[in-house]
Design a binder for this molecule. Structure first.
Ligand SMILES: O=C(O)c1cc(C(=O)O)c2c(n1)C(=O)C(=O)c1cc(C(=O)O)[nH]c1-2
Length: 606
């Protein structure tokens, strides 16, 4: 999309949720520098009027800022010439029952702009195009199934506009949804293509001869033959993360999530193509290459995290056009993005213990596969056995919180989790629209470390090495921003926005009204650079606060809803394992912050 490419290239704007097609989240703006960032002041604020977790961040196009909220997914257009005066507001009417089928809070990761329209992917999976000037509905399509009597599909992912299409993902692997990605025509919302994560080739848009996995054709019905019977029909592999796009190859990149259920004993096989990086032609949806990072997942290590595209990265003395992906499973992958060749796969947290390594020898029959440590194999330990001390926890060394890449330093700045877990699989039966989880999880800070649950790190993706690591008390659940002013920003679950220098030294912090799980953005208006962020604690890590689950009564209700069919334990155990294990792990957050959606805009003194 030429208009969008031009808008994104002008650093005054923040025209796409991901900053640019390459997902760099880097800005060439350089008025705010490592020397003056300590002087930052709050310029104006805006309450969204909505509680619960605020993910994503504002878009800025010219004089207008667009922000969105979690359910009910309100969109505001704010006037930058007038301290955020409301130009228009759009509030969709949605069935509130959708709240009950969202696994990890009622989040939404942002709206996209294209062709004079703002595209919203609603919780109930309706996709709406709004006139960017007036907020009027231009078109609206029902993307997923119906909530009542449906399969449990919901929407949280940010759309990406590519050429004349908008790419949309789906959530619901905790409900046995079979994941897919759809492309709609930007003009009128008609469906251009839809590609399932598993199933027959005609539905996965996989060409048995031309689509490759680690350089080899995948062969017929590869999305069927690593499943038992019809299990692929409830196979998970949802697509709720970030998209990236390379105009040179016309490929769209994204990852697929966990196979359903979380109980691995119940679904033998590699469960292709869950946990897979996918490169698809933007016009047709046909897959060029696939790479499954975690065959037969046993830990809920969804593969949906962002793919950051870097041109001509020097690897072993050779320039390669790469894709860099920090997976939930604790390995950071560097691949040739044109061929899917695996170049680097290294742990980005030294505590990762479920696998020793990813095999890099193309001649080995284990090529590309993580080498699982038997002690941490929840499958080998079996149903109703608690596998303890697995690192990372189910929410991964990194979850949805996107990293940033600085072309200036050649390094990645990565918000991470430093959390381990106990995981006990149990048998579940599938009922459409009902939870299909199949494991009880509890989480805690990585043992024998700094005691905190997060680190903010700098990563060298050519070498596969941590350059520096800054400990944080809680997981860093916000997206990072790197800038040409040699400052890197991120937010914390307690609510701080923090600025660090290129060595990770803290230069500035400010406590916003609620925990930050949004992504930090920057823009220029009236000749001045600003920093903008949404506060509003929640997401999976903050579900105890967002879902009100910190009391035994509420936790039991939630636990009962999500872990249906499971016997309840004592009160402490119920709270500890509620919210799919996050409530107990992040309980101390309640000492620092509480709910509230707010935008804060920072700038230098006049
Ligand atoms: O499997 C799914 O469909 C699905 C959906 C979502 C979501 O849409 O938010 C999350 C997850 N899984 C998930 O595994 C996860 O860790 C997670 C964290 C968050 C969040 O926003 O904090 N969402 C989700």
């Amino acid at each position: 999309n030429d208009e969008l490419t031009a808008l994104a290239a002008d650093s005054k704007n923040w025209a796409m949720p991901t900053g640019d097609y390459a997902n760099h989240r880097y800005s060439k703006l350089n008025q705010i520098t490592k020397d003056n960032v300590k002087d930052l002041q709050v310029k104006w604020t805006f309450s969204t009027g909505v509680l619960r977790g605020h993910e994503g961040g504002p878009l800025v196009i010219g004089d207008i800022m667009y922000i969105h909220t979690p359910f009910p997914n309100i969109v505001y257009a704010l006037d930058l010439k007038n301290d955020g005066k409301i130009l228009w507001k759009y509030e969709p009417r949605q069935d509130p029952n959708v709240i009950g089928i969202m696994c990890c809070d009622t989040v939404n990761r942002g709206v996209a702009y294209g062709d004079g329209k703002i595209i919203l992917n609603q919780a109930d999976t309706t996709v709406v195009a709004l006139d960017a000037k007036t907020g009027e509905v231009v078109w609206s399509v029902k993307n997923g199934d119906q909530i009542d009597g449906g399969k449990g599909e919901s929407g949280t992912a940010a759309p990406m506009v590519v050429k004349d299409k908008v790419i949309i993902g789906v959530s619901g692997a905790e409900f046995g949804v079979r994941g897919w990605t759809a492309a709609y025509n930007l003009k009128d919302g008609s469906l251009a293509w839809k590609a399932y994560s598993m199933g027959p080739d005609s539905e996965t848009l996989i060409d048995p001869e031309k689509t490759t996995h680690l350089g080899k054709p995948v062969g017929p019905d590869s999305g069927l033959n690593t499943w038992e019977g019809e299990q692929w029909k409830t196979g998970g592999g949802t697509t709720w993360g970030w998209f990236s796009y390379d105009p040179k190859s016309n490929l769209v990149f994204y990852g697929t999530g966990n196979p359903s259920t979380w109980n691995p004993v119940q679904r033998p096989g590699d469960n292709r193509w869950s946990m897979t990086l996918m490169a698809r032609d933007a016009d047709t949806g046909v897959a060029k290459w696939l790479y499954q990072m975690t065959p037969h997942d046993e830990w809920d290590y969804d593969g949906v995290n962002e793919n950051i595209l870097v041109d001509a990265m020097e690897i072993n003395g050779q320039p390669r056009d790469v894709l860099v992906h920090f997976d939930r499973n604790g390995f950071a992958y560097t691949l040739d993005r044109n061929t899917g060749e695996l170049l680097v796969a290294k742990k980005y947290d030294p505590k990762v213990n479920w696998a020793t390594e990813v095999v890099m020898d193309p001649n080995s029959d284990q090529y590309g596969r993580p080498q699982v440590v038997a002690q941490y194999s929840t499958h080998q330990n079996g149903e109703d056995t608690n596998t303890t001390g697995v690192c990372p926890a189910a929410l991964g060394t990194k979850d949805q919180q996107p990293a940033s890449y600085s072309p200036k330093t050649g390094l990645f700045y990565v918000p991470t989790n430093h959390v381990c877990m106990d995981y006990e699989p149990y048998r579940v039966s599938y009922t459409a629209g009902q939870p299909y989880v199949g494991a009880t999880v509890s989480m805690y800070p990585a043992p024998d470390s700094h005691g905190g649950m997060g680190n903010f790190i700098a990563w060298d993706a050519a070498k596969g090495e941590i350059v520096w690591s800054k400990p944080e008390q809680f997981s860093v659940w916000s997206g990072a921003l790197a800038t040409e002013g040699d400052v890197v920003f991120y937010g914390t679950l307690e609510g701080y926005i923090k600025a660090v220098d290129l060595d990770g030294n803290e230069l500035y912090k400010f406590k916003t009204p609620s925990g930050i799980i949004g992504n930090i953005n920057t823009f220029e208006h009236g000749g001045k650079q600003y920093i903008a962020v949404l506060s509003g604690v929640g997401g999976w890590a903050g579900i105890g606060l967002a879902g009100g689950l910190l009391s035994p009564e509420n936790a039991a209700a939630w636990h009962g809803a999500v872990d249906q069919g499971r016997e309840q334990g004592d009160e402490a155990q119920v709270v500890g394992t509620a919210g799919l294990g996050a409530v107990g792990g992040y309980a101390a957050l309640a000492d620092y912050t509480t709910l509230g959606g707010q935008l804060t805009v920072f700038g230098l003194p006049d």
